[in-house]
Structure formats: C-alpha cells, structure tokens
Design a protein around this ligand. Structure first.
Ligand code: FUB
Length: 369
C-alpha cells in the first residue's frame, strides 16, 4: 500500500484494495445482498477465521455494543448493495436504515429487533447512514448516527427511544457543531458523557481544519501532527454538545503528537473509548494500514498515549470495532467480509478481549491464511 497517496476519500482506496484482496468483484443485486447464505465467497477457501458471523441474513458492520438492561445490545451499520458503482467518495456505501440486535450473553442467540431507524424518517438526511452508536441516560436511549445532509456534508444526528431496541425518533436537526462520521459516546463513572467522532478521507474530517466546512480536502504534511479525532462533552439531555469541540490528542512514546506520515499509528476513523482500572482506552482504526490501535490516558478528554495494536487487519478494507465488558469478561465486537468477500458487504463478529495485568491488551488476529 502506497503510504503517501491521498485519494481524497477512503473509498477509492476501498475499491482498489477490494479488488486486490477480494479477488472477484461481481456485481450483486439488492436481493442477493439480503441472502448472504448464497453469496459467493471471493476469498481463498482455506482462510481460517477466528469466529463466525453473528448475523447471516443481512450484512452488518461497525458494531457498537453496549450492556443495557443486563443484555448486550449491538448497534451496527446495515450494509446493502444499492447498485451504486464504486466511487472515490464512498457513494456505494449507501446504507439506508439500522437494525438493533441483542444477546443475553456473547454465546447466546442473537435477536434482530427490526428496523430501529430509517433514513426516510430523518428530515435533514441526504444519503449514507454510516457507523452509529447508542447511549442511555435518565430513562432514555439515544442513537447517534452519521449521515450526509442534503448538501452532501456528513453531520451527526441523534434519535431517542424509551427502549434500547428502538424504534428511535430522530431530532429534526443534526447536533449543532457536529460533522464528519463515526460517533462514539462514552459515559464515565461520574455520569458525564462524551462524544468522540471523526474520520478522514471519505469521512470528510480533513475538510474542517479551519473550523468551517471547505469542500477541498486539506491534509497536514507528513512531518506535521496528524489530523486528530474530536471530542465534545454531551449536554445533560444528551441532545447537544456542552461546550467546544476539541482535538483528541494521540501522542507517541515521547509525548509528541502522532504525525500525518505515520500511517501505521495515526487516527483514521472508528473511535471508541472504554475504561479499565481507572484508565481511559481510546481505540481507533488506522484506515489505510487497517489496524485497530489503542492509546491510554488519564482523562476522557485525553491526551492518550499510543500503546499498540488491539486487532490486526481483518478480511476486507475497513476495520471497525467496539469494546464492552459483560459478566466479568471483556469482548471485542468487530466485522470482516467472510460472508461476501466484498469490502462494502460486511458481517459483525465477537471475540474475547484479554487485558494483561499491566493494562496492555493482547493483540487479536482474526483470521489466518
Ligand atoms: O460503514 C461505513 C464506514 O466504513 C464507517 O463509518 C467507517 O468506520 C468504516 O467502517
């Protein structure tokens, strides 16, 4: 992978790598996309996967898992093949609704609660419902979602429900001052909640460097600090940001911000935060190098110091995860393309995450050739 090539969007690279890694890239109809059991596997048959897909009757991705009402609830993207040609702005990732899933335990049966939110019910939405997250506060559940507005600019919306399974009712407007993709909401033990968000290339974060939207992509030079993800504290009602949007600083072992040219470690998309032994773990995808990396800090606002790779590259171009504790064990939810062999038609999975006594995390390898 050429480190220095910026295609202006992750999705052009997705197509290139999809062809390289996925081999056969046949067109799939929308109907076929919903019957994954019949989808041809484009990857070598001898490839060994660590775990099995959790859902097999539709394509699912970007799993955000939470424990609500002592069950595991999963809020994934719902991948479809919309029949849109691959384009460098990711238009073919044209998801249109979300389903919520739940399990009593990680080994239990998975239940599909049906459509939780449909793009046609979001008044300001244009297209592309990407990776969502959910939160609970004061008897209400909140679904946070990125979607392009009618001007084709990614914003983050919120929808509410009295049930973790939905259905969710969207607010009439996006969250003020929100932009880009991949919201992840972490509620600390003191009750304060924080939203982390952002994604470069197709996620448009590079268009917000000045604080205002600029349709031209602008990246710092390779020897300059990388574009950082964003964090904002949530208001008490969880519907807006309470205060300014700040950079999440990810530092190297010498306390210096990771650099743009450090593709193996710098932030790309898919932020997630969990807390373990009083420390805050910020994990994220490195995008074009396909790792899920993690960094540790003493505050939910950062800074975080890079520690290593939590999940090696999976089959497929994107890598996106969540980390959740349930019944005394830590679990990693992630996705790959085992069912389809196509990079935009993914399936969610789960495996145990092992934290060592010194607080570092054992790297997971999700498949072997
Ligand atoms: O699912 C669409 C996008 O792909 C997500 O927002 C990214 O994190 C990547 O997984």
């Amino acid at each position: 992978m050429a480190k220095k090539i910026h295609f202006g969007s992750s999705m052009m690279m997705l197509s290139v790598v999809g062809i390289l890694a996925g081999g056969c890239q046949e067109q799939t109809t929308e109907n076929q996309a919903e019957t994954t059991a019949e989808a041809p596997a484009a990857e070598p048959a001898e490839r060994k996967f660590l775990t099995k897909p959790l859902v097999t009757d539709m394509y699912t991705a970007d799993p955000s898992a939470h424990v609500f009402e002592n069950k595991i609830y999963i809020y994934p993207s719902h991948d479809i093949d919309a029949g849109i040609a691959e384009k460098d702005d990711g238009s073919h990732f044209d998801m249109r609704d979300y389903h919520v899933f739940s399990m009593d335990s990680v080994n239990g049966e998975i239940k599909d609660h049906g459509v939780a939110l449909d793009i046609k019910d979001i008044p300001w939405a244009g297209r592309q419902l990407w990776a969502p997250d959910a939160a609970y506060k004061n008897g209400k559940y909140y679904l946070y979602f990125p979607v392009k507005d009618k001007e084709d600019v990614f914003r983050i919306g919120v929808a509410t429900s009295t049930s973790p399974a939905g259905p969710f009712k969207p607010e009439p407007k996006p969250i003020a001052n929100s932009y880009s993709i991949d919201p992840a909401v972490f509620t600390d033990t003191d009750g304060n909640s924080y939203m982390y968000f952002g994604g470069i290339w197709g996620g448009q974060l590079q268009r917000w460097s000045s604080g205002k939207y600029n349709p031209n992509d602008a990246y710092p030079k390779d020897d300059q600090p990388a574009l950082m993800p964003k964090v904002a504290r949530m208001s008490k009602d969880m519907l807006s940001f309470d205060g300014e949007v700040r950079d999440v600083q990810i530092l190297d072992e010498n306390g210096k911000p990771l650099l743009t040219g450090d593709n193996e470690r710098r932030f790309f998309e898919a932020a997630w935060v969990h807390k373990y032994n009083g420390k805050y773990y910020f994990s994220y995808s490195t995008g074009d190098t396909h790792n899920i990396a993690y960094a540790i800090g003493d505050s939910p606002m950062g800074p975080f110091t890079y520690k290593g790779v939590l999940l090696n590259p999976v089959q497929g171009w994107t890598n996106h995860h969540s980390v959740v504790e349930h019944n005394g064990k830590w679990h990693l939810f992630y996705h790959d393309t085992e069912l389809s062999g196509k990079t935009h038609l993914r399936n969610i999975k789960v495996t145990e995450l092992k934290l060592r006594p010194d607080g570092t995390i054992e790297t997971i390898t999700a498949y072997q050739q």
